[in-house]
Ligand binder design. Structure first.
Ligand code: ADP
Ligand code: MG
Length: 326
């Protein structure tokens, strides 16, 4: 029997470069993501856009490029005791790759759900997020935090996820109806995995500006939650501006193009705008009044996204189309 599993990408509203520092983050899952359609098999044999990966059910083999992600997920799940049952099928995506919406985490999570389901192997969602995070490190050596995988697995429609990356406690923060979220891709690919690792080292070494960013950013996340829950929408602009400046000046992960886009967003009437994700390219996130969001998205060449439900098995009724497809 064929089964389908869906994992969304994510946009972080605020709290960047805080996850691996044990801080707080506030992402949403979006309606764009990755679907895998599979059936049980002897091996893990998947194709994406005609490119195949074929490894053993415990992830051993010699995958190249994108195949390293499913192989690493399988290896991590094998270490947790998942029975060695494979999957064969196809990967489909409507999530842009390498723009900061975390297509890598969505791929890991979709494959992880499929591998667990065929083997009747139950893993708690946060445990699965941790396994996928380890898989990302194993696959491509990126020492990422837990945010992307947790957001994909724990997203909720209409809410942001407030996650404490040290205790792994979380709760949902409902988003006001009048608020729309727009994401704009800078067009600059986030190839700076080395820069990302450098920042972690600099933070661990206690570089004052890096530490200051993380401390002030954690406070901004808490203040943003207060503003959202208290209906003080006017506060969000100040907090997002300050977050962007901190990432630009103290953490030094912005680019001239991201800076320009953020200014452009305010000029176009945004309530709040900042770079989102790891920086070094990627996307900005914009908050706007519902009535203005479409125009702002058009002007900036971005797209309106909605806070959406997290990863899950799709019911047969929905198997014909990707949830995020217009
Ligand atoms: P991001 O996660 O921000 O989109 P990354 O560089 O972390 O960017 O991850 C992108 C990588 O994830 C791609 O190079 C590819 O290896 C893998 N990937 C993402 N989406 C797909 C897909 N639909 N099919 C195959 N591989 C994918
Ligand atoms: Mg990624």
């Amino acid at each position: 029997m064929q089964r389908s599993f869906w994992a969304p990408g994510r946009v972080n509203l605020i709290g960047d470069h805080t996850d691996y520092a044990g801080g707080v983050v506030l992402p949403i899952a979006v309606e764009f993501g990755i679907r895998v359609d599979i059936e049980p098999s002897e091996r893990i044999a998947l194709t994406s856009d005609g490119r195949a990966v074929d490894v053993a059910p415990d992830g051993t083999g010699t995958p190249d490029r994108w195949g390293r992600y499913p192989a690493a997920v399988a290896a991590e799940l094998a270490e947790l005791g998942r029975p060695a049952i494979g999957i064969r099928g196809v990967v489909e995506s409507n999530l842009p790759i390498g723009t900061g919406l975390s297509s890598s985490a969505a791929l890991e999570v979709a494959v992880a759900l499929a591998l667990c389901a065929v083997a009747d192997f139950a893993v708690a969602r946060m445990e699965l997020a941790l396994a996928c995070r380890r898989a990302e490190l194993r696959a491509v050596g990126v020492p990422c935090g837990i945010m992307d995988q947790a957001a994909s697995l724990l997203g909720r429609e209409g809410s942001a996820l407030l996650l404490d990356c040290r205790s792994l406690e979380y709760r949902y923060v409902p988003l006001p109806d009048e608020l729309a979220i727009v994401v704009v891709d800078s067009g600059e690919r986030q190839l700076e995995h080395t820069g990302y690792a450098d920042r972690q080292r600099e933070l661990a070494a206690g570089m004052p500006a890096r530490v200051r960013h993380v401390e002030t950013e954690n406070q901004r996340v808490r203040d943003t939650v207060k503003a959202l829950e208290g209906g003080e929408i006017g506060e969000l602009g100040r907090l997002f501006r300050s977050s962007h400046e901190s990432l630009r000046d103290d953490y030094e992960v912005s680019t001239p193009e991201l800076d320009r886009l953020v200014e452009h967003a305010y000029d176009a009437g945004a309530l709040a705008a900042r770079l989102t994700g790891g920086g070094f390219g990627g996307s900005i996130v914009v908050l706007a009044a519902q009535s203005r969001a479409g125009t702002i998205a058009d002007q900036l060449g971005g797209r309106v996204v909605r806070a959406s439900a997290g990863a899950r098995e799709l019911t047969p009724r929905r198997m014909g189309s990707l949830p995020g497809r217009a």
